[in-house]
Design a protein around this ligand. Structure first.
Ligand code: ZN
Ligand code: ZN
Length: 259
């Protein structure tokens, strides 16, 4: 299990903490922990002790868990840096020369539908990467995160797809200078071969999808955006004509084959 995965599991557990605490209170109440009965099943003193231990012990355990995960992820980072150093080719022409085909996830956002990475960077079907942190960079740069990313393994992309609702799977070829990393590639330019339409409506997950519809999303801060999803006839009938596109129209606008 990677450090990221462990952290995700811990975060999920933290969300259950209030449920655990309420459950414990309910059990204590049911067994007479809060009454002044002469002979409750759990004497009040014991209930209070258990509750106090729980209130103190659980947060401490979570803090220790997060500390452990951060130590592990530091180690993972050091290992990957060590690996990357081995990777610093003197001459770009000595880079491994293999065809970089991969899979990645994309949202379709904007009034004018545009492929958008999960980090928010928007790109065309055939595009070259730009660096958001340093305009001097021609991506990919070794010590930066810029460049187009793709998973090598379709299974990995499909797993990420399953935990990111509203996202599409696309199949890409990467060109130019490229780096290979543990999970895939990072390269200079990218051509989208096709977008795989989900088999079922993205809302009800029952019927087969018919049209793309645009809905208005409101972010945590004050940003808002339009996001396109593929839906069945039933889940799209309330949409205005201007917020609906057929699969063919979407394919033409994105200049990407939709399969
Ligand atoms: Zn950069
Ligand atoms: Zn539906």
């Amino acid at each position: 299990m990677s450090a990221t995965r462990r952290k995700q599991t811990l975060i999920k557990l933290v969300r259950f903490y209030p449920v655990f605490a309420l459950g414990l209170l309910a059990i204590a109440y049911l067994f007479g922990g809060f009454t002044h009965q002469i002979n409750p099943i759990f004497p009040q003193a014991e209930v209070l002790t258990t509750l106090s231990i729980f209130m103190v012990a659980m947060p401490v355990l979570f803090i220790l868990g997060f500390m452990l995960v951060s130590i592990l992820s530091d180690r993972e980072l050091k290992r990957s840096v060590a690996k990357r150093n081995k990777f610093a080719y003197e001459d770009a022409f000595e880079l491994p020369n293999e065809k970089m085909s991969g899979y990645k996830l994309a949202l379709i956002t904007g009034r004018e539908p545009t492929l958008t990475g999960l980090t928010g960077d928007r790109y065309k079907a055939d595009d070259s990467a730009t660096c958001a942190s340093n305009p001097e960079h021609v991506p990919p740069v070794i010590d930066c995160e810029c460049g187009f990313y793709a998973f090598k393994n379709v299974k990995e992309a499909k797993f990420e797809l399953s935990i990111n609702p509203g996202v599409f799977l696309i199949d890409v070829d990467l060109f130019g200078v490229g780096f290979e990393y543990e999970r895939g590639y990072r390269a200079e330019s990218q051509v989208v071969n096709h977008l795989t339409a989900p088999k079922r409506c993205m809302r009800c997950k029952i019927f087969s999808p018919k049209v793309f519809v645009a809905s208005y999303k409101i972010g945590y801060t004050d940003q808002t955006w339009w996001q396109w999803g593929l839906r069945c006839g039933l889940c799209s009938h309330t949409f205005k004509q201007s917020d609906v596109l057929t699969i063919k129209e979407m394919a033409d606008l994105l200049k990407v084959v939709i399969v």
